[in-house]
Design a protein around this ligand. Sequence first.
Ligand SMILES: Nc1ncnc2c1ncn2[C@@H]1O[C@H](COP(=O)(O)OP(=O)(O)O)[C@@H](O)[C@H]1O
Ligand SMILES: [Mg+2]
Length: 364
Amino acid sequence: MASVSIRNVRKHFGSTTVLHGIDIEVADGEFLILVGPSGCGKSTLLSMIAGLDTVSEGDISIGDRVVNDVSPKDRDIAMVFQSYALYPSMTVGENIAFAMEMRKVPKPERDAVVARVAKTLQIDQLLDRRPAQLSGGQRQRVAMGRALARDPKVFLFDEPLSNLDAKLRVEMRAEIKSLHQRLKSTVVYVTHDQIEAMTLGDRIAVMKDGRVQQLGTPEDIYDRPANLYVAGFMGSPTMNFLPVTLQIEDGRWVVDLRNTQGHAKIVLGAVQDPSWTGRQVVLGLRPEHLHDVKPEHAASLEVVFDMIEPTGADTFGFTEINGSRVAIRLSPKRVRAAGERLHVAVDVSAVCLFDPETERLIAP
Ligand SMILES: Nc1ncnc2c1ncn2[C@@H]1O[C@H](COP(=O)(O)OP(=O)(O)O)[C@@H](O)[C@H]1O
Ligand SMILES: [Mg+2]
């Protein structure tokens, strides 16, 4: 096992720059996620760690060795792609053993590794089948088996679950997580799926346009997003953004929420920087941080839902506050149809404030 250091890494393709100075330190045994929309540079960065793409500027180290000029086969990494190309004419066992055979590992040792990997991935019953006789999930497991057989210093995954149907994706996600907990291997995992990022990552790097927007634990990213982009990328439905004006009362920020039904005074945290007084900011509030309350609740606001979206476990109600569209997570028993009304109150401990000009988090 080993750490991975990415220091001020840039990538140019001709005159286009697709990575603008990436700095990420992946600790030994850490599961690090690179997440971001299509085209933001995730695969390019992963390919550079693997040695399949050259580094234009900066350094990439695996362990304490700079690997910029080390060929892929000497980097001691294993990569699993979205499209896992298995050799169709070989059995599952032969597919897993192939790289070892190339390295002239003796047969008894090969067989032992194949048996161990097959047991880990629960594919011992499939070793004599050919890829055409496997389901999509089983094939993906064999592709992971080939990576595991190499016992590499670092695992690199590039959207390995994207081609699987929703149910299988959830199962494989759980398997990858438990595999990592058992093997404690260093993993860099690329995905565009924010749920995968939140559930798998020890830390997450959120990328956009070739830059890391924020690097932190799933809790950091979800509770204290560094900017409006990260706040909007993580969470579904997305964080609500309301324009509010900051006022001070008794040393705390106070904002007003209003709609066609009335208004509510919301008392926020202690004032750190009074220069914001009277300025308009963006109040960020996730759908689960508005709760239905009794009408007599001091800071409640009555809302009328114009749309209801049941998802089974939760129902999301949509309404307008401060001129912005707002989603509120509710119990399915609470609302059933558009046109229904509820009194809601804000969980003030969960409010984020953003500067509308720089788009950066101001508080907490
Ligand atoms: N070989 C290449 N030549 C030119 N541009 C490329 C090449 N590979 C990738 N790109 C560009 O780099 C950007 C990042 O691509 P990529 O790393 O594949 O993004 P992601 O994996 O996040 O979807 C894209 O704009 C893509 O078009
Ligand atoms: Mg990609």
